[in-house]
Design a protein around this ligand. Structure first.
Ligand code: GAL
Length: 387
């Protein structure tokens, strides 16, 4: 089955919400333009994908970053629903200050590895420590700072797509094996952005890939932040952490805790609860263990977010076992982006991934990849409106 056919099969799972109507059949488009240059002279392109139903997704080759997602509300008004920045200079300046990974593809290992150490095949590996005492999001120069090679695959039709690829050399940030990674961004006429990840290695290694978009369905920089936006998570359990955000051990039930989003709950409803986990993270910054049933090679519903005011909705489906929900706890008015000055709780990230620190938790789903195997992962972000 081709990737596109498989993708269309997944879409039937997501048909929960209405889409903005389309009066005439138009084609989706993908356009390429020059975005800017990195400080060390690398050429960065901007890719603009627009669906027949008026969703626009922009990304750049630097970090494969989603820079803008322009989504209609129930009245057809357009807003940019992710936090982004206007120029290459902005992105590189933020990265020097420690990041925040705005819109970026994350690898080799999304989330943290405790102490920057893990053992594989009896050998201990030491990683770059960029979030003391841990290694975070691939280390000092993760995939968010690579300029990816981007090949448009389909530039018009019912869906448009582009393939991003990179080679991470053996020993990169301390990880073993030469890793070949491709990520395909596809925008389809149901306003779904599908992200397909694939990777191969020439030595045993570990990996965990995700995208780090920060969403605000009211529009980036909207004064009320995301507290009124209503989240539902398809998860009965989550992973409590220590004070450095490393999971303590086995999943804990969400029942009776501020982590219970099994029914639609405003993000702000319990974010001020006097709960030790909320205090440690300054909000939500945890991995939920997604409920799964049947064929786990197909993306299954992980999250649904709704902005009651605008009616904009976002469904997230994934093949990954976990979802890190991060309420932008450490963004504190230090950056002005396309949507204005970004503050704490201005956005939520839905990072589909394996669990943090899995290489040091043999009871978690494995993150190991061996030569001859291909890693596959799919995440769908589907935008709609609720009347
Ligand atoms: C998240 C992580 C947070 C924070 C953020 C980047 O994925 O869970 O703890 O590091 O990335 O600022």
């Amino acid at each position: 089955m081709t990737r596109i056919k498989r993708h269309q099969r997944y879409l039937s799972l997501a048909a929960l919400l209405v889409l903005p109507s389309v009066t005439e059949v138009k084609s989706a488009t993908l356009a390429t333009s020059f975005y800017g240059s990195t400080q060390d002279g690398r050429h960065v392109n901007l890719y603009t994908m627009t669906s027949a139903r008026g969703l626009t997704v922009k990304f750049i080759s630097y970090g494969g970053r989603l820079t803008e997602i322009l989504a209609p509300d129930r009245k057809g008004h357009i807003a940019d629903v992710i936090l982004g920045f206007p120029s290459m200079k902005d992105y590189e300046a933020k990265d020097k200050e420690g990041g925040f990974y705005f819109g970026a593809l994350i690898g080799r290992y999304a989330n943290r590895i405790a102490g920057g150490h893990f053992t594989l095949d009896g050998q201990q590996y030491t990683l770059a420590i960029n979030n003391p005492p841990n290694s975070l999001h691939g280390g000092i120069k993760g995939f968010d700072k690579f300029v990816w090679d981007v090949q448009p695959i389909s530039t018009s039709g019912p869906l448009v797509s582009a393939k991003l690829s990179l080679t991470s050399p053996d020993g990169d940030e301390g990880y073993p094996g030469t890793l070949q990674v491709t990520v395909t961004y596809t925008l389809s006429d149901d306003n779904a952005l599908t992200i397909n990840y694939e990777a191969t290695t020439d030595k045993d290694t570990v990996l965990n890939l995700t995208n780090h978009a920060y969403f605000n369905l009211a529009g980036a920089g909207a004064a009320g932040g995301v507290f009124p936006q209503v989240l539902t998570l398809n998860a009965n359990a989550y992973l409590p952490t220590d004070k450095t955000s490393i999971p303590l051990g086995p999943p804990e039930p969400v029942s009776g805790t501020p982590f219970d989003f099994r029914t639609p709950t405003p993000i702000g409803a319990h974010i001020r609860a006097n709960d030790p986990q909320i205090l440690l993270a300054r909000g939500y910054d945890h991995s939920w263990v997604l409920n799964k049933s049947g064929d786990t090679s197909r993306p299954q519903l992980a999250a649904l977010a709704v902005d009651p005011d605008s009616g904009r909705t976002l469904e997230c489906l994934t093949t990954e076992p976990g979802l890190q929900v991060y309420t932008s706890n450490f963004i504190d008015a230090q950056y002005a982006g396309i949507g204005g000055v970004y503050r704490q709780s201005d956005a939520f990230a839905l990072e589909t991934q394996h669990f943090p620190d899995s290489p040091n938790h043999p009871d978690y789903p494995t993150t190991e990849l061996k030569p001859g195997q291909t890693f596959y992962s799919t995440t769908i972000f589907r935008f709609g409106v609720q009347q």
